[in-house]
Design a binder for this molecule. Structure first.
Ligand code: PLP
Length: 381
């Protein structure tokens, strides 16, 4: 299936439209040059603390801990909250593997929930039935552009005394009832991969309000060096998940333009929505819910069936348009089956999204004439 989808610019295909191109139109070069000129290229430079301060402020959190990527942020989040063997963490089956693997690596068990077919997020009405005496946390993942319905989840966490991890990797600048995504979790995380609303090349951020948790996260990103003890003596295991000053320099420049980026993302979504108004046989993204307006991290479509998906993706590829399939469900991951997880579990909505969903070029570098060309190709399908 993967071979049908293209995302990279291919050599000799000058007009190929990849699924993502980042936009680096601000102070990126200036700030990165400053790193080179001053020699601050490791994780010790001044851009790190500045980026952490400004980003955490942007999402209304007290602490920001910059790390090497979003997956690393999840590993740290799970460990810093003390989740481990014997614990269960409730999460959506329809997501990238990063949150599930962080839970599995910790020795805890992911407990899965099906998705809503309209928002593509986890169906919060199914969570309570999954809570057991071993449930330690709920891990929410905001998918593709609309946030998870947070109020019922916050209520469940309160009633059952559960921790909340918020994967806001795709959700910079999005809000839930006016409150920033990334401001809800005991720990919330972001990714800065180049397809995100702001990028550091590779990178991630943990945000939280507790100083104790923030200190743990800082420790675990840095090989669990003890900030108060003798150097090279460790009482715990951590990782080298540090971000470099070069990456933070990029991030700071990107953050200066985040509002412009969000506006453009919504504009791209609107152009697709209007252009594909009379498209039949494909379900388009929901424009808004009662609590949020879609931010269109990616512009996805759901085909009626797999044949229809394969044939449109093939047609788009022939016409130099990159696409990418939706996530593949956690309960259908061969690696987890081999480990004995999720045997015989079925989640029909998530399976439908995974089998029939794909997304169109949606990056910030996309030009309007390219979007119109893509729309024409789909409408002539
Ligand atoms: C929801 C979600 N969580 C986690 C990640 C992992 O982030 P990274 O690629 O920075 O490791 C991604 C990546 O796109 C994601 O979409």
């Amino acid at each position: 299936m993967g071979s049908l989808f293209c995302s990279q610019k291919k050599i000799g295909m000058n007009n190929f439209i990849p699924v993502n191109t980042p936009l680096l139109s601000g102070n990126e070069l200036k700030y990165v040059s400053e790193c080179i000129n001053t020699g601050w290229i490791s994780s010790e430079g001044p851009f790190i603390t500045e980026f952490e301060r400004k980003f955490s402020e942007y999402v209304e959190r007290k602490f920001g801990i910059a790390v090497s990527n979003g997956s690393a942020a999840l590993d740290i989040a799970v460990k810093a909250l003390g989740i481990g063997p014997g614990d269960e963490v409730i999460m959506p089956t329809f997501t990238i593997i990063s949150p599930a693997q962080s839970i599995v690596i910790s020795g805890a068990t992911p407990v899965l929930v099906d998705s809503c077919l309209d928002t593509w997020n986890m169906d919060v009405s199914l969570i309570e039935a999954k809570i057991t005496k071993n449930t330690k946390a709920i891990l929410v993942v905001h998918i593709y552009g609309l946030p998870v319905d947070m109020d019922p989840i916050l209520e469940l966490c309160r009633i059952h005394n559960l921790l909340l991890i918020e994967d806001a990797a795709e959700m910079h600048g999005q809000t839930y009832n006016g409150r920033p995504c990334g401001s809800f979790g005991d720990i919330s995380i972001f990714s800065f991969y180049p397809n995100k609303h702001i990028t550091t090349g590779e990178g991630g951020m943990i945000v939280c309000n507790s100083e104790i948790i923030a200190e743990k996260c800082k420790k675990y990103r840095n090989l669990a060096f003890d900030p108060n003890g003798r150097r090279f003596v460790h009482d715990e295991i951590g990782w080298n998940y540090r971000m470099t000053n070069l990456q933070a320099a990029l991030g700071l420049a990107q953050l200066e333009n985040i509002d412009k980026h969000i506006t453009r993302k919504r504009e791209i979504g609107r152009i697709y929505n209007n252009g594909l108004l009379s498209l039949i046989g494909f379900k388009k993204p929901l424009e808004k819910t009662s609590y949020a307006e879609n931010i269109y991290w990616v512009y996805g479509l759901i085909a009626e069936n797999e044949e229809s998906l394969n044939s449109v993706v093939k047609k788009l590829a022939i016409n130099q348009i990159g696409t990418r399939p939706f996530f593949w469900c956690m309960h259908e991951q061969p690696v987890f089956k081999k480990m004995g997880f999720f045997l015989d579990e079925k989640y029909p909505n998530a399976e439908r999204l995974a089998r029939c969903g794909f997304y169109l070029p949606s990056g910030l570098g996309l030009q309007n004439d390219e979007i119109n060309y893509i729309i024409d190709q789909i409408n002539s399908y």
